[in-house]
Design a protein around this ligand. Structure first.
Ligand code: SER
Length: 584
């Protein structure tokens, strides 16, 4: 079964069980300053898990594009991926454990045809925060899993939360026995010897963990499930790695044909990082030295170095991207329309890096020779930092080079230097690598409404072309990216500020209506996230001033906002300006 068939089967199965199919949110979260990328299917749905009404109803199903970079060093082995797709079904205060488990079992055994005797499951063992999950265990038994294949584990295995704070709860995980021999008589699903592979996770989100660590009950009992598509595809096809499935195979084979050196690990790194880069750029990411731009830069640079290591002519990169888009377009049709910008961005970044790559490699060799003379085999953090700062080597490139020479590197020291450097440049973004959830409180809600006013004011002052390109809100400020070719003049900034403050003074009423996407467009609403919420969308209207499709939440009257002040206007990337503003 191909990946696209598994996805379609999944969405149809849940549709037939009363779920609305909603489209994937972009990889780049629109209003969540706490994370760089969408790292889990639940992330774009957080407001709804917390109780906000979703326009598509209380039963949803989707596929979600995700990117996780915490294991970036591991890419190249036979399983780690940075970009992956999660299939999910969601109950927003509707069904709970019994029904979720019955549906999971039915989907796996009937739709995917998995032999029930190969399935085992794990449930939460219970602790001071939540009781032992006997309800899930009973539901599994009822579905057909015998008691001896139901295991109980603690929070380390069977509790799910994104980051430090947010909706969370016990989960029940499904494992497939690959048929490989057990590593020991005690081998269980929690063992990572490869015999048991986790295939699906049902999280029963009925709790909220606050910053201070306390756990309280949510307003509603939710279900959040996640099934990793690449892994399921590999298992159903009986393949050893995701790189052997149709998602990667054409590119892997092409790389083999082009390479003058045999190196499967480098081919996998190229195939993996190129796919992730394509997906990130297609969703609006651009390489830079900070935040998500830096993640993208790292992916492209490491890929470039491995292409070079394979002695592949770098002029082939454009053709490789064409081949990838051809391979993936059925799954992600948006790649076709973004093809030119994807190619241009990756090739430009490759060219930039090629200017310093060989110099950096020489610098690395020098450091290695020095070490060898001194009979040492650990590279210090300063060398790694110099390679980063002077030659643009992300640490994983140095780490690859070191591995190849049998040398260890001191990433702790590098991390310290890197953090100091980031703080000095006030670019502190490392927090965001940890993952987490958007804060939603009175202040961020105000900034959300202020963002709509700003957007409209920019269009009045600069013209219709000034469209939203990204938005990021914290309790301290709003940040808004929009398309505009040149720096704004002080007069324009003043005009924008005045218009926003005038709307605040008018104390306009903010109202919300649900309608179909076409009705929303007809009503003149700005179609920012056109297909984000599927059929039904929410339209927020601010008096006679602005009308936008948006998930909310918003204040009820603009008078609540206080005084609006722009504190910075700068370039964000080519053709995109960025405004930071505060409410006083
Ligand atoms: N949130 C859970 C996960 O990411 C289930 O979707 O695994």
């Amino acid at each position: 079964m191909k990946a696209i068939e598994i996805r379609n089967k999944y969405l149809n199965f849940f549709k037939n069980h009363g779920h609305s199919v909603i489209p994937s949110a972009p990889l780049i979260p629109e209003n969540d300053p706490s994370v760089l990328f969408t790292t889990a299917g639940m992330q774009p749905l957080v407001p709804y898990l917390l109780g906000e009404k979703h326009p598509a109803g209380v039963r949803l199903t989707d596929y979600q594009k995700c990117l996780r970079t915490n294991d970036i060093d591991e890419v190249g082995d036979n399983r780690h991926l940075t970009f992956f797709e999660m299939l999910g079904n969601w109950s927003l205060g509707d069904y709970f454990k019994d029904e979720a488990i019955a549906m999971s079992y039915e989907f796996l055994t009937k739709e995917l045809g998995i032999d029930p005797s190969k399935l085992s499951v794990t449930c939460f063992a219970g602790d001071e925060d939540a009781p032992k999950d006997t309800v899930s265990a009973e539901a599994w038994k009822k579905a057909g899993i015998p008691e001896e294949r139901i295991y109980f584990y603690g929070k380390d295995n069977n509790w799910w939360i994104a980051g430090e704070e947010g909706p969370c709860g016990p989960d029940t995980e499904m494992f497939l026995d690959t048929g490989k021999p057990a590593c020991s008589p005690e081998c269980q699903p929690s063992c990572n010897c490869g015999k048991y592979v986790e295939i699906w996770n049902n999280v029963f989100m009925e709790y909220y963990k606050s910053k201070d660590g306390s756990i309280t009950k949510l307003k509603q009992q939710n279900v959040d499930t996640g099934l990793g598509l690449e892994r399921m595809t590999m298992l159903l096809q009986g393949k050893e790695t995701p790189f052997d499935t149709e998602l990667f195979l054409p590119v892997m084979e092409k790389l083999k044909e082009l390479a003058k050196v045999e190196n499967i690990e480098s081919r996998r790194i190229v195939a993996e990082h190129l796919r992730s880069s394509i997906m990130v750029i297609s969703d609006g990411g651009r390489p830079s030295n900070i935040d998500r731009g830096y993640v993208l830069r790292r992916l492209i640079r490491r890929m470039t170095r491995h292409l070079n290591k394979l002695q592949i002519n770098l002029d082939e990169l454009g053709n490789l991207i064409d081949l990838y888009i051809e391979t993936l377009k059925e799954m992600y049709p948006e790649l076709v329309q973004n093809k030119e910008i994807i190619k241009q961005t990756i090739i430009e970044e490759k060219n930039k890096f090629m200017k310093t790559l060989s110099h950096g490699e020489k610098e690395f060799e020098k450091a290695v020779n020095k070490l060898k003379q001194e009979n040492k085999n650990v590279i210090d953090g300063y060398t790694i930092f110099k390679l980063y700062e002077t030659y643009g080597f992300p640490p994983e490139i140095t780490s690859d080079l070191a591995k190849e020479q049998g040398i260890q590197i001191d990433l702790t020291e590098f991390d310290k230097l890197f953090k100091e450097h980031q703080e000095k440049s006030r670019l502190g973004s490392e927090q965001k690598f940890k993952g987490g959830l958007a804060e939603q409180n009175e202040q961020t809600t105000k900034y959300h409404t202020a963002t709509h006013l700003l957007h409209k004011a920019l269009q009045i002052v600069l013209g219709e072309h000034a469209k939203q390109n990204g938005s990021n809100i914290t309790v301290e400020r709003l940040r808004f990216d929009f398309t505009h070719p040149e720096k704004m003049t002080p007069e324009q900034l003043k005009q924008v500020e005045d218009i926003v403050n005038e709307q605040i003074k008018r104390d306009l009423k903010v109202t919300c209506e649900e309608m179909s996407l076409s009705e929303a467009k007809e009503s003149g609403a700005t179609g920012l996230f056109e297909n984000k919420y599927g059929e039904k969308v929410k339209v927020y209207t601010i008096g006679d001033f602005s009308k936008e499709i948006c998930g909310g939440p918003h204040v009820t009257h603009t008078g609540e906002l206080g005084h609006f002040k722009i504190i910075k206007e700068e370039s964000s990337s080519s053709g995109v300006r960025r405004i930071k503003a505060i409410l006083e």
